[in-house]
Write a protein that binds this ligand. Structure first.
Ligand SMILES: [Zn+2]
Length: 68
């Protein structure tokens, strides 16, 4: 296995890592409730996707209704 001949300084390692950056996530407004959401994903606020209700959003009120 190849081995480095000389040790790099800590400064040199840190200089390499200055290019490591977190990519900013893309957000698009939901067509139904206008809140920002990830593109091509079901809206976590209203549960809409492609102009229809894809999932049911559970809230404390809806959970109580089902129990009684
Ligand atoms: Zn929405």
């Amino acid at each position: 296995m190849p081995l480095p001949k000389k040790r790099h300084s800590s400064c040199r390692g840190k200089k390499n890592r200055t290019h490591w950056k977190i990519a900013k996530s893309t957000l698009v407004p939901c067509p139904q409730c206008k809140t920002l959401k990830a593109p091509h994903r079901v809206c976590p606020v209203c549960g809409a996707y492609a102009g229809r209700q894809a999932i049911e959003i559970k809230t404390k009120k809806t959970e109580k209704k089902k129990e009684s």
